[in-house]
Design a protein around this ligand. Structure first.
Ligand SMILES: Nc1ncnc2c1ncn2[C@@H]1O[C@H](COP(=O)(O)OP(=O)(O)OP(=O)(O)O)[C@@H](O)[C@H]1O
Ligand SMILES: [Mg+2]
Length: 330
């Protein structure tokens, strides 16, 4: 452990995780198909991607659940320590997609068991458990059977289990999925605190707001490959073109009008009819495009009942990117 800890100190600002060319096949399916990324100390990196994209498999490769194949490599604190599984596993605190807490253990028993696995002393287990349970609002549940906890409280316990051995790297697979807004907020705040406390964090999420709010960088994975590796701001600047124009015609548009409408924008603009009757299109030049839309409707004698401009959200960008990928594969 010593050399890794020293390395960690010497790499105060540096790269904590560096993974090259990760691969995993299930039969003929390339679930992870040559993924490379690195994560810096105290960075929160969010992995986004549609169901089945390979997010969980990537996490399993990274955390040593699947063997790293020839041609792939992983360095943690600048060292390839995948050959030392015990040391390797001790560097990670993992909240998996499917919890591995024992349902027939009490909350405290789960923590004690985890502490024993990681070779903590009885005193360490006692002190760390008490402090984590307090931090996560579980002190009065210490003797409750895990099975009897609500979903939100179970997830808090999963966080405590991941943190018990005080690992430098934390991996959360959909940490807030299916939780109520208050629990979501509590766990997001904890994740931000963990970054402040010096941890390096990788999480997966389907919640674009989560990515936008707490991630320093996002990786978008599709079909086992990284298609985007950017900060949320850079992503918006690069793909979002800043703004989204929304407008609602006062009457239904005949098909011929729609073609004319699309033609007024620069090529490649996607014009989408939303369920609420609004048309939506991303715009590089919102003022110019709004004038064009206005003129087009005026020329065609149809009025616009509403027109508005919104920031492109990460969600819009995500949907655009994944749709583009799908179209280019058809
Ligand atoms: N143990 C397995 N055996 C066979 N196929 C698997 C296995 N695990 C994952 N896969 C397949 O590999 C692909 C990637 O799965 P993975 O669980 O990594 O996706 P994901 O991005 O985490 O999806 P989700 O958002 O639904 O959690 C999927 O097509 C999945 O069906
Ligand atoms: Mg998954």
């Amino acid at each position: 452990m010593m050399s890794v800890v020293q390395n960690q100190q010497s790499l105060e600002q540096g790269i904590v995780i560096s993974a090259q060319n990760l691969r995993k096949n299930f039969g003929l399916l390339a679930a992870v198909d040559g993924i490379s990324f690195s994560i810096k100390k105290q960075e929160i990196v969010g992995v986004l991607g549609p169901n089945g994209a390979g997010k969980t498999t990537t996490i399993r490769l990274l955390t040593g659940l699947y063997r790293v194949l020839n041609g792939s490599s992983i360095q943690i604190f600048n060292e390839d320590i995948t050959m030392n599984p015990l040391l390797y596993k001790s560097l990670f605190g993992i909240v998996p997609e499917i919890s591995n807490a024992f349902l027939d253990y009490t909350v405290l028993q789960n923590l004690q068991f985890t502490g024993q696995i990681f070779g903590l002393t009885k005193k360490e287990i006692k002190e760390r458990s008490a402090s984590l349970l307090q931090q996560y609002g579980l002190t009065d549940k210490a003797k409750t059977l895990t099975n009897a906890l609500s979903k939100g409280l179970k997830q808090r316990l999963n966080f405590c289990i991941a943190l018990l051995h005080d690992p430098p790297i934390l991996i959360f697979d959909e940490p807030t999925a299916g939780l109520d807004p208050i629990s979501v907020r509590v766990l997001r705040e904890q994740i931000l605190h963990l970054r402040e406390a010096g941890k390096t964090i990788l999480l997966t999420t389907h919640d674009m707001q989560e990515a936008q709010k707490i991630c320093d960088r996002v990786l978008i994975i599709n079909k086992g490959k990284i298609i985007v590796d950017e900060t949320p701001d850079a992503l918006r600047a690069k793909f979002g073109n800043g703004r989204m124009i929304l407008f609602k015609p006062a009457a239904d548009l005949p098909e011929t009008f729609k073609a004319g409408l699309i033609a007024i924008f620069s090529r490649g603009t996607s014009l989408k009819l939303l369920k609420n009757g609004y048309y939506q299109c991303p715009s590089k030049d919102p003022v110019g495009d709004i004038v064009k839309i206005h003129t087009f409707f005026q020329d065609n004698g149809i009025s616009i009942s509403d027109l508005k401009l919104e920031e492109t959200s990460l969600e819009d960008i995500f949907i655009q990117l994944i749709q583009k990928e799908r179209e280019s594969n058809e």
